[in-house]
Design a protein around this ligand. Structure first.
Ligand SMILES: NC(=O)c1ccc[n+]([C@@H]2O[C@H](COP(=O)([O-])OP(=O)(O)OC[C@H]3O[C@@H](n4cnc5c(N)ncnc54)[C@H](OP(=O)(O)O)[C@@H]3O)[C@@H](O)[C@H]2O)c1
Length: 317
């Protein structure tokens, strides 16, 4: 069957990811969905379709992690980009181990970190990671000099180019403020139209320290696509049905309906607007929406062309 594919002539925009100096597309590609916690698995052909679309649209930034499946997302990414590895900026993470969907442990001794990074490099079919991020570490484990020394050693060896921190739930100003002393140069944080907490708290610190900012969950787990209505029941095998529950989903969707009525310009797809909304903030370098198909990749990339994504953004190139 020939599938209809909506094609856009997209002019991607690029920004410098803070002190890393990396030039990243303002719209990147999140890949948690490859790991089995979004209700399905992906074949390599299905994953490849997303990367074909990403290349077409000028996307060069990929976010993955050690625990999106047991290095499964990294394996799909690595195979898809092996032939043109240098055109991509690959961000991955460390600090969790996947056992089965929604069941993870937290191996965090220095030797665990080395083991994980080596497994990530193998899965990604590469000999370097562009951005290695702490994966939502709590304060009780984050401030560990031995782990930091281990990661810096991996950097000196050329296996890691830059160190980042994907901060956990909430808005951890303390961890972000510590970036300067830990040589952390990029932050990944939940930021979207339904969760604006970073604006008043962490973003000023990011600007002051010139940290790159990856806005994660920019579509509020897909609620901000505008395609779901209050009362929608999500599959228990995926994040929204498993973790959020009906009450949280309904509250989010109620707010989305109001935003859709009052803020989204007529004729603009809500998902694109929601991504551009994140990108208008001076602290935000890029968004990393999770995409389930090549079409979603193309639709999301088109957000770069909206007026909200200004050419005079402080990190624009
Ligand atoms: N702790 C961490 O470090 C952490 C935690 C969470 C996420 N992340 C990263 O952030 C990335 C993004 O977060 P996320 O995937 O959880 O949430 P998200 O990007 O806010 O939402 C993704 C979901 O939105 C829907 N969607 C995407 N594009 C769409 C479009 N154009 N139109 C309509 N629906 C669309 C898809 O689901 P449906 O089509 O099924 O609705 C997709 O699975 C992850 O992939 C991961 O790389 C990191």
């Amino acid at each position: 069957m020939v599938k209809d594919v909506l094609c856009y002539h997209i002019r991607m925009k690029y920004r410098i990811l803070g002190k890393t100096g990396l030039k990243v597309s303002v719209v990147g590609l999140g890949t948690w969905q490859f790991g089995g916690e979004w209700g399905r698995t992906y074949t390599q052909d299905e994953a490849d379709e997303l990367f074909v679309a990403a290349r077409d649209c000028g996307i060069n930034l990929i976010d993955t992690a050690e625990c999106y499946g047991d290095h499964e997302s990294e394996r799909l990414v690595g195979t898809a980009i092996e032939h043109d590895r240098v055109r991509w900026i690959v961000a991955t993470k460390f600090g969790h181990m996947f056992h089965k969907p929604f069941d993870r442990s937290e191996p965090r001794r220095p030797k665990d970190v080395v083991h994980q990074v080596e497994a990530s490099l193998t899965a990604l079919r590469t000999d370097y990671i562009d951005l290695l991020q702490y994966h939502s570490w709590g304060d009780d484990t984050f401030y560990n000099d031995d782990v930091l020394a281990t990661v810096h050693k991996l950097k000196q060896m050329g296996k890691v180019r830059h160190l980042g921190n994907s901060v956990g739930q909430g808005d951890n100003v303390k961890q972000i403020a510590a970036s300067k002393n830990m040589d952390i140069t990029a932050i990944q944080i939940i930021y979207n139209r339904l969760d604006r907490r970073p604006q008043d708290t962490t973003f000023p610190v990011c600007i002051e320290q010139n940290l790159g900012v990856l806005s994660r969950v920019p579509l509020a787990s897909g609620y901000l696509s505008g395609k779901y209505k209050v009362g929608h029941v999500f599959d228990k095998n995926e994040v929204r049905g498993h973790w959020h529950g009906q009450q949280r989903s309904d509250a989010a969707l109620k707010e989305v309906e109001q935003i859709q009525r009052e803020e989204v310009p007529a004729g603009v797809p809500m998902a694109q607007w929601a991504l551009a909304w994140c990108l208008q903030h001076p602290a935000v370098t890029c968004v990393i929406p999770g995409c389930k198909s090549g079409q979603q990749v193309r639709d999301n990339a088109a957000a770069a062309a909206l007026d909200l994504v200004k050419a005079d953004h402080p990190q624009a190139v």
